[in-house]
Design a binder for this molecule. Sequence first.
Ligand code: FAD
Ligand code: FES
Length: 287
Amino acid sequence: MTGHCANCTRHDDEHRLERHEHGQTLLLEPVSTPLILKRRLGSRHILLRVKAHVDYDPGQFFQVTKLGFGEAPISIASYSKEHIDLVVNPVGTVTQEVIRMKPGERVLLRGPFGYGYPMHYFRNDSLILIGGGCGVAPLKGVMDYVSQHRSHYKEVTCFFGYREEKESIFTKEMRAWEKNGTFKFVYAYSQPPAGFKGNTGFVTQYIEQSGMDNRGKVALICGPPPMMLGAIKSLQKLGFTDDQIWISHERHMKCATGMCGHCMIEGKYTCKDGPVFRWDWIKDAKG
Ligand SMILES: Cc1cc2nc3c(=O)[nH]c(=O)nc-3n(C[C@H](O)[C@H](O)[C@H](O)COP(=O)(O)OP(=O)(O)OC[C@H]3O[C@@H](n4cnc5c(N)ncnc54)[C@H](O)[C@@H]3O)c2cc1C
Ligand code: FES
């Protein structure tokens, strides 16, 4: 390690993996942009597509504001120079207000924040995408990116877990990708209805059952923390090393710019140094 970056807590060596090195245009003040599409995704989530000509990486996030209610960090679920897709699980004050918006209304957002998945660094690798519930949303951004740069990557296999099949998101897009051979899919449902015929239980058991080796592969994981830890253990059993595993962390956030300390994990800011981290960079951090 040669030292620290002057702008964030990352080591210079870690920056070598990054494309932007703080060069990205960052909207620190909220800007308003039209909502151009609203669609229900499965039984729990709402897709909001906003018009935006902003550079971003899969895995980064925006702060979405609802005046009078507050802000919520929402991951980017697309890769486009024309729009940003946000998948919202309406769990509380801000998210429930945001999903009330109608196409044509203007959404307030600031970002894109943090570091996403360094897709250029994975060139010529096979990708293992592991998502749980709403965690599939940022991986959809990765999938959009890969489908636009398909020759840069080898095989891409997705292991996606939901409680029930009806909670699955982007089913139309996933089916089309499965049909034309862009990606392979393994789904698992932890709380299926009686008589369900597909894979049941946690998706981690199907990672192990695949018997894959770790050669030329990287795994990108996003989901609830217990699911991510389970997935890491399964990958390790298959021989994956910590530097082949990337996770996306969620923490309560306020400023999203490394000022307030709300999102800190032992010396690293989830908002500024993450939310995507390589496992060996944070595996020993508590919190
Ligand atoms: C980097 C990042 C990316 C995210 N991406 C998405 C996404 O793509 N789609 C999505 O629907 N949600 C996403 N979230 C979670 C989302 O930001 C929270 O659910 C949201 O802030 C809740 O705000 P609220 O005002 O609606 O709920 P509140 O009224 O504040 O809280 C409702 C419940 O959610 C819990 N909660 C609040 N904030 C968080 C948080 N950050 N993490 C976990 N639990 C929280 C509260 O403790 C409470 O139990 C992301 C969070 C982070 C940090
Ligand atoms: S939210 Fe990360 S430091 Fe404020």
